[in-house]
Design a protein around this ligand. Structure first.
Ligand code: GCO
Length: 390
């Protein structure tokens, strides 16, 4: 009991997911096409994913049974606006059903509007390189707000815009891959404009819920002589976004590991335990990134994603335990942190890596879609129910 740390009353405990990674059959999106195109780094297509389009009630029953009071999921733009300017009432109603299913279980719905994927028509008209993308995303957000706004708990406009830009335009492992013609720094500028347009559209619509974006962050560490490289990376990847979010209701911090910088730039840490993703096992990232986000953005914080890809569930428990204890340090120091979402509820489609990476606290049978709780799910339930980490 000596080591027990309590979290504040009303703290949100949740798990996070994303439409394309769990719903299945998202064939009208740029990612589906990317998965099937020759020459991309994709290991396998997303296919039926976890069939959560149909099984969301079952998923939410699990969330409720674990005693979690929030659930983060995303809306699929490709389903809501399958063709330019043509909105699907069925898709919008489906997401309203998901939101109502959350409320029925006393779960706060944390709704992300854009999580990596674009409708094919947007991609075909230039995607984030199109001069009209800000207008299209704003219009999409207005439609979502009009239909769902009254029932949304918390809204995230864009998930990790910095990763979309970096992976798509610098690394080529996300769409548009080889079709990219701009620099990732230019896409970052566009992303911030998209976020503002979406935020303004949501704020102008019905409902009164916090709106923010979620950012991929890391514990960026400089070895002697590496400071300049670290600072340059951190500025482009994190600080320009954090500064742009100063007027927002919150910033969503998402972190998994650390980045190490030496005199020649980014380097791999040799002597460190690694996760299946190849990341350094570094639960310290939560404390570090929350402190950094609070300092630069100066707005309330939700940790909207944190977790580990591993087939060894005991490592997940060890990681989450250390991560959540680190998070507690930030709250003890007076930082306004309002919730924590573990990534992810289910073993799901991990983008170019396919289904090999297991981030879930719940296993999903790839043929029957049967869900089976892992020990980490019960462990996390104990933390969430008590608000205490041992
Ligand atoms: C993200 C990613 C998730 C990944 C997770 C694990 O927002 O970072 O959206 O989709 O699955 O980060 O790599």
């Amino acid at each position: 009991m000596d080591n027990a740390l309590s979290f504040p009353e009303g703290f949100l405990w949740g798990t996070a997911t994303a439409a394309h990674q769990i719903e299945g059959g998202n064939y009208n999106s740029d990612w589906w096409r990317f998965e099937h195109a020759p020459g991309t780094p994709c290991f396998e297509p997303s296919g039926d994913a976890c069939d959560s389009w149909n099984r969301y009630e079952e998923d939410l029953d699990i969330v409720a049974d674990l005693g979690l009071n929030s659930f983060r999921f995303s809306l699929e733009w490709a389903r809501i606006e399958p063709a330019k300017g043509e909105f699907s009432q069925v898709a919008l109603n489906h997401y309203l059903d998901v939101i109502e299913a959350c409320h029925a279980r006393n779960i706060v719905p944390v709704v992300t509007l854009h999580h990596f994927t674009l409708p094919l028509w947007v991609a075909d008209e230039g995607g984030f390189e199109s001069p009209q993308i800000v207008e299209w995303m704003g219009r999409y957000a207005a439609k979502v707000g009009e239909h769902l706004g009254a029932r949304i708990g918390i809204a995230c406009t864009i998930n990790e815009p910095n990763i979309v830009a970096f992976m798509g335009w610098q690394m080529g492992v996300f769409p548009p891959g080889t079709a990219a013609t701009k620099r990732w720094e230019e896409i970052n500028v566009v992303m911030r404009d998209c976020h503002k347009a979406m935020r303004d559209a949501l704020v102008a619509g019905p409902g009164n819920f916090p709106v923010g974006l979620t950012l991929s962050m890391g514990d960026n560490i400089a070895l002697p002589g590496g400071e300049e490289h670290r600072d340059r990376w951190e500025r482009e990847m994190e600080d320009l976004y954090l500064e742009a979010c100063r007027g927002d209701d919150f910033i969503g911090v998402q972190c998994y590991s650390k980045g190490l910088f030496g005199p020649d730039g980014y380097i791999q840490d040799e002597d460190i335990e690694r996760t299946d993703m190849g990341y350094a096992f570094w639960p310290e990232c939560v404390e570090a990134t929350v402190r950094h986000a609070a300092r630069v953005a100066q707005v309330p914080i939700y940790v909207t994603e944190n977790g580990i890809g591993t087939t060894k569930d005991e490592d997940r428990i060890r990681y989450l335990n250390a991560a959540i204890r680190g998070l507690h340090n930030t709250i003890a120091d007076g930082i306004d942190v309002r919730g924590y979402c573990q990534w992810s509820l289910l073993d799901n489609f991990e983008w170019a890596y396919g289904y090999r990476m297991q981030f879930g606290i719940v296993e999903v049978n790839r043929l029957t879609f049967e869900r089976t709780l892992k020990p980490s799910a019960s462990w996390y339930a104990t933390v969430a129910r008590s608000g205490i980490i041992q």
